[in-house]
Design a binder for this molecule. Sequence first.
Ligand code: FES
Length: 141
Amino acid sequence: MSFNNDLDSLYRRVIMDHYKNPRNRGALSGDSVTIDMNNPTCGDRIRLQLKVEDGKITDVKFEGEGCSISMASASMMTQAIKGKTIEEAMHLSHIFSDMMQGKDYDHDIDLDDIEALQGVCKFPARIKCATLAWKAMEKGL
Ligand code: FES
């Protein structure tokens, strides 16, 4: 098996793990910002809730229905932004957007599981799936 095949199957496993065992799934109680967003091409939807205190995202949860890419991306995004400042979260979102456009992105930041989504840029129809949660996050912040 080639290196690329190994990497592809690792990425697929990471995506399926987030899909089957989503991080930060559920609803927040108390004060939070709620954003509802859907993917108009398929009707899949996400509800994202963010708790922001002193410029920092102290908690985040999501619920929704969608394909494995959209739900895995939501799970990865919430994992990545929890505890980050608004600026850091927006910076991550810009890096993710560059990645989805197939552009060279900032490799100085540890993207952790998010790297597993980099192959999505080769499938234009799936980019909207991967960016759904990120758009909701940007809207909320
Ligand atoms: Fe609907 Fe992916 S097919 S979000």
